[in-house]
Design a binder for this molecule. Structure first.
Ligand code: H79
Length: 429
């Protein structure tokens, strides 16, 4: 097979675990889709265009002659990098990933290798990636860069009609271009993550992906690279990237699920289907307790301000996360059965002899009795998140909590369970 010809850079399991440590601990990150498409807000010639706003060039049948000049109207003059990152920090996010180049090919930094970028094509000369990187350093977030493999603007792929299978007439020239730009991004902004997309295009092979992966790892041995650098279905390093879906159970590799706060990734005026804070908080818990990170997307408006609804969504998530920080950040996957009422995780200090679980209750039991299935212990104690004792009994099926004296919290209710003398080891897998 092609992958046998190109070997991945050797790396011990321990070195990989160390390189990935901050990422596996991160839990929650901010995805930003921002580019020339943001200026259209998902509308072309006065009408909303179907599907994702960042794909408007395809779904609105916009030709390059019509699309390219739109960059002149891209003016992020209300972009407040400090506010963006502060908003993410207060939401409880630990990293961000921004589209430095989406499929449209426009570059959000002043690249030496194209004129279709912030600076030359827009007459707007702030270094917005530099501002965001500095804000991330200030607030202690990791800074990541999204980079699309498919490029509807590059001469190697430009066509009258953008599509999800771009034609390719100069792969060598394009790969040279990508490598030069990626080196530029790494040298200027030292991203912690390089987030590829567009790997499905037929001319991009597993071998190309492994070659690019090795190239980046040599440039920056600490860099974390998503699996779409190669072919996402087969390539799992450094981490898997389920999109708009959460796996039904834990996976055997590191992963991050990306979701967006409404339905589009790029700003879309007509997309007002904002997910509720309850859905978002429960999604974060569901993903984290299965061992993954949530990369939650916001699509800023053309001028760099965020839709008010997105600000509210993040603020409300942040309030829940801050009020339950031990249950959000101090936990890891536990190998116990799925629970019909919600999710389970164990603290990082938990052991089979001295088990410490968090139960995240989404569906409050009408009977007041809640069975935590599969916990086999000689003794168990349960508490509210704030430490008030809750009655519990050990049954054959698990630990049964009596919640009749407790009150359900909005969004999700967290209960602490301490148990001992376990017969079935609850070790992380
Ligand atoms: O940037 C956002 C979207 O614009 C981009 N990814 C997110 C993060 C995206 N582009 N397209 N899609 C998502 C959906 C594309 C799906 C398909 Fe395929 C591409 C269907 C067939 C080719 C990839 C490969 C998914 C299934 C097979």
């Amino acid at each position: 097979s092609s992958s046998a010809e190109t070997e991945m850079l050797p790396e011990s399991e321990q070195a990989f675990a160390e390189r990935m440590q901050w990422f596996t601990d991160a839990q929650f990150g901010l995805f930003i889709h921002y580019g020339v498409y943001s200026t259209l807000g998902g509308e072309w010639k006065g009408k909303p265009v179907q599907k994702y706003a960042e794909w408007i060039q395809r779904w609105g049948s916009i030709t390059p002659e019509e699309y390219i000049p739109l960059a002149a109207g891209f003016r992020p003059d209300k972009l407040d990098a400090d506010l963006w990152v502060k908003t993410a920090k207060e939401a409880g996010m630990r990293y961000m990933v921004i589209t430095t180049k989406h499929h449209e090919g426009f570059c959000l930094w002043d690249s030496a290798y194209t004129e279709y970028d912030l600076g030359e094509a827009t007459g707007f000369d702030r270094d917005i990636l530099g501002e965001l990187k500095a804000a991330c350093e200030k607030y202690g977030l990791k800074f990541g860069t999204y980079y699309s493999i498919i490029d509807w603007h590059h001469p190697s792929q430009r066509a009258e009609q953008a599509s999800n299978q771009t034609p390719m007439n100069d792969k060598e020239g394009y790969v040279t271009y990508m490598k030069a730009q990626l080196k530029e991004l790494i040298e200027r902004y030292q991203p912690a993550v390089m987030w590829f997309d567009g790997d499905w295009t037929k001319w991009w092979t597993m071998e190309d992906g492994i070659d690019l992966y090795n190239y980046l790892r040599e440039l920056d041995p600490k860099l974390v690279i998503n699996n779409r650098v190669a072919k996402r279905k087969e390539f799992k390093k450094d981490y898997g990237t389920p999109e708009n879906q959460t796996p039904g159970a834990a996976l055997d590799h590191i992963w991050e699920a990306c979701w967006t706060v409404n339905h589009s990734w790029g700003f879309k005026k007509s997309d007002t289907n904002w997910k509720s804070t309850e859905v978002l908080v429960q999604k974060l818990i569901d993903i984290n307790t299965k061992g993954g990170n949530l990369l939650l997307n916001v699509g800023p408006q053309a001028n760099g301000s965020w839709p008010a609804e997105s600000i509210r969504q993040l603020k409300e998530m942040g309030e829940w996360n801050a009020a339950h920080s031990e249950a959000v950040y101090g936990t890891e996957y536990v190998d116990l059965p799925a629970q019909s009422w919600g999710c389970l995780a164990q603290t990082k200090e938990s052991s089979p002899e001295k088990g410490e679980l968090f139960a995240y209750i989404f569906t409050w039991p009408e009977s007041g009795k809640l069975l935590v299935k599969g916990v086999s212990a000689d003794r168990a104690e349960a508490f509210t998140y704030d430490g008030a004792a809750l009655p519990s009994t050990i049954t054959k099926a698990g630990v049964e909590l009596d919640l009749s004296s407790a009150a359900a919290s909005p969004l999700a209710t967290v209960v602490r369970i301490k148990y001992g003398g376990i017969k079935k080891a609850a070790a992380p897998s």
